[in-house]
Design a protein around this ligand. Structure first.
Ligand SMILES: *[C@@H]1O[C@H](CO)[C@@H](O)[C@H](O)[C@H]1NC(C)=O
Ligand SMILES: *[C@@H]1O[C@H](CO)[C@@H](O)[C@H](O)[C@H]1NC(C)=O
Ligand SMILES: *[C@@H]1O[C@H](CO)[C@@H](O)[C@H](O)[C@H]1NC(C)=O
Ligand SMILES: *[C@@H]1O[C@H](CO)[C@@H](O)[C@H](O)[C@H]1NC(C)=O
Ligand SMILES: *[C@@H]1O[C@H](CO)[C@@H](O)[C@H](O)[C@H]1NC(C)=O
Ligand SMILES: *[C@@H]1O[C@H](CO)[C@@H](O)[C@H](O)[C@H]1NC(C)=O
Ligand SMILES: *[C@@H]1O[C@H](CO)[C@@H](O)[C@H](O)[C@H]1NC(C)=O
Ligand SMILES: *[C@@H]1O[C@H](CO)[C@@H](O)[C@H](O)[C@H]1NC(C)=O
Ligand SMILES: *[C@@H]1O[C@H](CO)[C@@H](O)[C@H](O)[C@H]1NC(C)=O
Length: 711
C-alpha cells in the first residue's frame, strides 16, 4: 500500500511537472485580474478585504471604514465578559454539564444545564472574537455621509492584494490605497488629496466594545459603549503613536506610523474612543497601522513601501505556486465564466479569511458567527482546499498542531465520559480549547475521524517518516476513542454507533439516531487509516480492537435500495423531515475515498433520490459541493456543474458566499467546498486520476494544472 501511495504520488507530481508550462504566469495574471472586483457604492452586507489568513481588514467604498463599520479581525484578538455572579455559578469549574443515559450508563456531556443557565451561557459566549478597530476618513468634524461623495469607484486587484478607492468630496478628489502585510497584523494605507494639505481631511481611529449575540453580522461590536472600556494615546515619535486598548482583562496595542506628511494625533473625542490624525504639510500621507498583544517597541520602522512589496510578493507567489485552472477559453457555455469567477474570488477570500494558524470561523475574518469560535467538524472543508490546490504551507499553518494543542482537553473529555483516547470537541476557540456547551455540540461525532482524513491527505503528498511521526500520537488517541465509542451489540453481533448522537444533518432525535450512514463509513475509513499508519511505521501492530471495530461495524443502512440517513429512520424520502439539511449519504462516495463496502448501484439510486426529493432550498453551503463531488465520481459531470451553479448556492459580486436562510453572510464552507469540488474536477482522485471537466470545455481549451488528486 505504501508503495502504491508513493507511486501514485510520483505520478501526480509528474503530471504537475509535465503540465507546468500549460498556464504561464502571464496567463494566470490575466485571468486573476479579469475578475478584479469593482464597486461604486458600499455593500450593505460585505466589505472588500485585504489580509493574510490571520489578519484581515474589511473596507467600505472609501477603502477604509468611513461609513460602514466593517471589521478588522485576526487570530489572537479575543475577549471575555465578566463571569456571572450567581451563587454557585461564578467559575468555570462550577459548570457540570448534563448526564444522559448512554448504553446503560450515565455519561456527562458538555450541554447547557438548566440549573446553571448563567454559567452555561457564559461558556458559550466566551471568549469571543474582537473587532480590533475602525479606521476611516475624517472630514474635519463635518458630518459627511456616503451620498455626499461623488464619483465613488473602487477596485480590488487580487493579483497584488491591492484595494484602490477613489471619490470626490466638494469637487476635490480623494484617492486611497489599502494593503495588508503578508506576515503580521498590519495594514498600510495611502491617502492622496489636496484636502489633506488644507486641513479639511484626516483619518480617525475608533475602538468598539463587543456584543454577546451569537451572530454579529454584518458588523462586529458597538462604538457607543464607551464607559465599558478604556483607551490611551502615547506619542512614540513625531511620526508615530500607540493606542492602548483595554477591555476588561484583554489589552492590545495599535501602533500608527506615518510618512510623507507631518501630522498630529489627538483624542479621544469627548465621550468616544475616537482619535483623529490630522496631516498638515502634504497632499499625500502613508500610514502603517499595526496591532499586537504587547507593546510594539520594534525600532525597525516597517515602511509603507515594505508592506506593499510584501503583499505583491505573497500574492504573486500564491497565484503562481499553487494549482490553477483556466476556463476562460470556453465560449459556448456561459457557466464556465461564472464558475471561473467563483473560483478566483474564492481562492482570494479563503487565503484572506481561512488560511489561519487555527481553524477559521464560518464567516472568516469578515464578521462573527457563533461568537467568533470555530467548529472542528467544519474544519475539514476549510482546510482541505489548501491541500488540493497545492498550498501545503497554508494547510500546515494549523495542522497538525491544532490537534496537539487540543489533545489534553480531548483526552480529559473522553476520560470523564469513560472512554479511552481523545474525544475532540466541537465549537471551540484557540484560547481555552473548551467545547462550548450545546446539545448538538456535545453529540455530533463526524469531527472525530478528521485527523485521519488530514493525515492521509498529508501523506499522499508527503509520504515520509516525518509525516508519519507528526500525526502518530494524534491518530492513536483518535482511534482509541473511536474504537471505544463503538458499542458491541450482542444481539446483532455488530458494533453500533449511537444512540445518543447527532449525525451530520443535525435534524434528528439524538436518542433514536443509530448507525448513521456517513458516520459508519467514516469510522471505518478512520480506523483503517490508523491501522495502516501503524504498518507504515515499520510494521507496528495496531491494537486489535481497532481492526475488530472496523471489520464488524454495522452495515450501512439501506431503505428500498438507497442509503438512509440512519438505521431505522421512519419514512425515509417520504416525510419532509427526512429530506432536508445536509444529505450526508452523498458524502460516503463524494467525499470519502472509494471503499469496496459500497454498493455503487445503491450509491447511484441514492444520488437520484436526493435529486428528486431533497429540499435543497433549505440546504446550505458545502452540500452543493459534496453533491457535485458525488456526481463526479458517478461519472455525471453535467450534474456536477449544475450543482456548483445551483440557484441556492450563491456568491455575491465580490465572491462572498451568501449565507441564505439559515446562516448569515458570508459562509466560507461554501467557498472551500467549491474549491475542493473544482480540484476534483480538474484532477480526479486516487484510482481515477485525470481531468473530469465537461468534454466540450476541454475541447475549447479549458485547462488545469498543479492539483493534488483527491483521496
Ligand atoms: C454603479 O454600479 C452599478 C452596478 O455595477 C451600475 O449599474 C451603475 O451604473 C453604476 N453607477 C455608476 C454611477 O457608475
Ligand atoms: C477568558 O477566560 C478563560 C478562562 O475561562 C481564560 O483561559 C482566557 O485566557 C480568558 N481570556 C480570553 C481572552 O479568552
Ligand atoms: C433524549 O434523552 C435525554 C435524557 O437522556 C433527554 O433529556 C432529552 O430530552 C431526550 N431528547 C429527545 C429529543 O427525546
Ligand atoms: C449604539 O450602537 C448600536 C449599534 O452598534 C445601535 O444599535 C444602538 O442603537 C446605539 N445606542 C445608542 C444609545 O445610541
Ligand atoms: C463631554 O460630554 C459630556 C456629556 O457627554 C459633557 O457634559 C461635557 O461638557 C463634554 N465636555 C467637553 C469638553 O465637551
Ligand atoms: C510592529 O510594527 C511593525 C510596523 O511598524 C510591524 O511590521 C511589525 O510586525 C510589528 N511587530 C509586532 C510584533 O507586531
Ligand atoms: C442492537 O441492535 C438492534 C438493531 O440495530 C437495535 O434495535 C437494538 O436496540 C440494539 N440493542 C441495544 C441494546 O442497543
Ligand atoms: C419502498 O417500497 C415499497 C414497495 O414498493 C413502498 O410501499 C414504499 O413506499 C417504499 N418506500 C420508500 C421509502 O420509497
Ligand atoms: C447492490 O445493490 C443492488 C440493489 O439493491 C442489488 O441488486 C445487488 O445485488 C447489490 N450488489 C451487491 C454486490 O451486493
Amino acid at each position: 500500500m505504501r508503495h502504491t501511495m508513493r507511486a501514485l504520488n510520483i505520478l501526480a507530481a509528474f503530471f504537475c511537472l509535465a503540465e507546468a508550462k500549460r498556464i504561464p504566469v502571464e496567463q494566470r495574471r490575466k485571468v486573476v485580474q479579469s475578475f478584479s472586483v469593482r464597486r461604486n457604492a458600499s455593500s450593505d452586507t460585505t466589505p472588500l478585504q485585504v489580509g493574510n489568513g490571520n489578519f484581515a481588514f474589511g473596507a467600505d467604498i472609501t477603502g477604509l471604514q468611513t461609513f460602514k463599520p466593517f471589521a478588522i479581525m485576526n487570530t489572537w484578538g479575543w475577549h471575555n465578559f465578566s463571569l456571572p455572579t450567581t451563587p454557585g455559578q461564578t467559575s468555570v469549574e462550577d459548570y457540570t454539564g448534563l448526564e444522559w443515559w448512554t448504553h446503560g450508563r450515565l455519561v456527562s456531556y458538555e450541554q447547557p444545564n438548566p440549573a446553571q443557565n448563567d454559567i452555561s451561557n457564559w461558556l458559550r459566549e466566551n471568549p469571543h472574537r474582537l473587532n480590533l478597530a475602525n479606521v476611516g476618513l475624517h472630514f474635519g468634524g463635518h458630518k459627511v455621509v456616503e451620498s455626499d461623495l461623488e464619483e465613488t469607484t473602487q477596485e480590488l486587484d487580487m493579483w497584488l492584494g491591492k484595494l484602490t478607492s477613489s471619490s470626490k468630496y466638494k469637487g476635490s478628489k480623494i484617492e486611497v490605497q489599502t494593503w495588508a502585510d503578508s506576515k503580521s497584523d498590519t495594514v498600510a494605507v495611502q491617502v492622496q488629496s489636496t484636502l489633506l494639505k488644507k486641513g479639511d481631511l484626516g483619518l480617525f481611529l475608533d475602538f468598539p466594545y463587543p456584543d454577546k449575540e451569537k451572530f454579529n453580522a454584518p458588523f462586529v461590536g458597538h462604538f457607543n459603549l464607551t464607559a465599558k472600556h478604556q483607551t490611551t494615546l502615547k506619542q512614540l515619535s513625531p511620526q508615530s503613536a500607540q493606542i492602548k486598548h483595554t477591555l476588561d482583562d484583554t489589552t492590545y496595542y495599535t501602533r500608527i506610523q506615518w510618512e510623507g506628511s507631518e501630522a498630529t494625533i489627538t483624542g479621544p473625542l469627548n465621550g468616544t474612543h475616537r482619535y483623529i490624525l490630522t496631516p498638515k504639510s502634504s497632499s499625500k500621507i502613508q500610514l502603517v497601522i499595526s496591532f499586537s498583544p504587547t507593546p510594539n517597541s520594534s525600532k525597525d520602522k516597517t515602511t509603507y513601501h515594505q508592506i506593499t512589496t510584501s503583499s505583491r510578493n505573497w500574492w504573486k507567489s500564491y497565484w503562481t505556486k499553487g494549482a490553477f485552472i483556466d476556463l476562460t477559453p470556453v465560449q459556448s457555455d456561459p457557466r464556465a465564466l461564472e464558475l471561473q469567477r467563483r473560483i478566483i474570488q474564492s481562492q482570494y477570500l479563503t487565503a484572506v479569511n481561512s488560511a489561519s494558524d487555527y481553524p477559521p470561523q464560518e464567516s472568516g475574518l469578515v464578521n462573527n458567527g457563533w461568537h467568533g469560535k470555530f467548529h472542528l467538524e467544519m474544519n475539514l472543508w476549510h482546510t482541505l482546499p489548501f491541500a488540493r490546490w497545492n498550498h501545503f504551507d497554508l494547510f500546515h499553518r494549523s495542522l497538525p498542531h491544532l490537534y496537539t494543542d487540543l489533545l489534553p482537553s480531548s483526552l480529559s473529555r473522553a476520560a470523564k465520559q469513560g472512554y479511552q483516547g481523545a474525544r475532540w470537541g466541537k465549537m471551540t476557540d484557540p484560547v481555552t480549547g473548551r467545547s462550548s456547551p450545546g446539545e448538538i455540540n456535545s453529540l455530533l461525532i463526524w469531527q472525530q475521524p478528521h485527523p485521519m482524513f488530514f493525515a492521509e491527505t498529508d501523506y499522499l503528498s508527503h509520504p515520509t517518516l516525518t509525516t508519519l511521526h507528526k500525526w502518530e500520537d494524534i491518530l492513536t488517541q483518535t482511534a482509541d476513542f473511536m474504537a471505544a465509542f463503538a458499542w458491541w451489540n450482542a444481539s446483532t453481533g455488530v458494533y453500533d454507533l449511537g444512540p445518543p448522537l447527532y449525525p451530520v444533518s443535525e435534524n434528528t432525535n439524538p436518542n433514536v439516531t443509530l448507525n448513521p450512514t456517513f458516520e459508519l463509513a467514516y469510522w471505518r475509513f478512520g480506523l483503517d487509516v490508523a491501522i495502516k499508519w501503524k504498518e507504515r511505521l515499520g510494521g507496528q501492530k495496531a491494537p486489535g480492537v481497532w481492526g475488530r471495530v472496523r471489520d464488524r461495524l454495522a452495515g450501512l443502512p439501506v431503505v428500498n435500495e438507497t442509503y438512509a440517513t440512519y438505521e431505522g429512520i421512519r419514512d425515509m424520502w417520504l416525510a419532509p423531515e427526512t429530506t432536508f439539511d445536509h444529505p450526508a449519504q452523498a458524502g460516503i462516495y463524494g467525499l470519502l475515498p472509494y471503499s469496496p463496502q459500497l454498493n455503487l448501484t445503491v450509491v447511484a439510486n441514492t444520488a437520484r433520490r436526493i435529486k428528486e426529493t431533497w429540499r435543497l432550498e433549505e440546504s446550505y453551503g458545502w452540500d452543493f459541493a459534496m453533491l457535485a463531488m458525488n456526481s463526479l465520481r458517478l461519472g455525471d459531470v453535467e450534474q456536477a456543474v449544475e450543482y456548483l451553479l445551483h440557484p441556492i448556492f450563491r456568491f455575491d459580486d465580490a465572491g462572498y458566499a451568501v449565507g441564505g436562510e439559515r446562516v448569515p453572510t458570508p459562509y466560507f464552507p461554501n467557498s472551500a467546498g467549491l474549491l475542493v469540488a473544482v480540484g476534483m474536477m480538474a484532477s480526479g482522485w486516487v484510482g481515477d486520476e485525470g481531468v473530469k471537466l465537461p468534454e466540450q470545455w476541454v475541447r475549447e481549451g479549458a485547462v488545469g494544472e498543479g492539483f493534488v488528486v483527491a483521496l
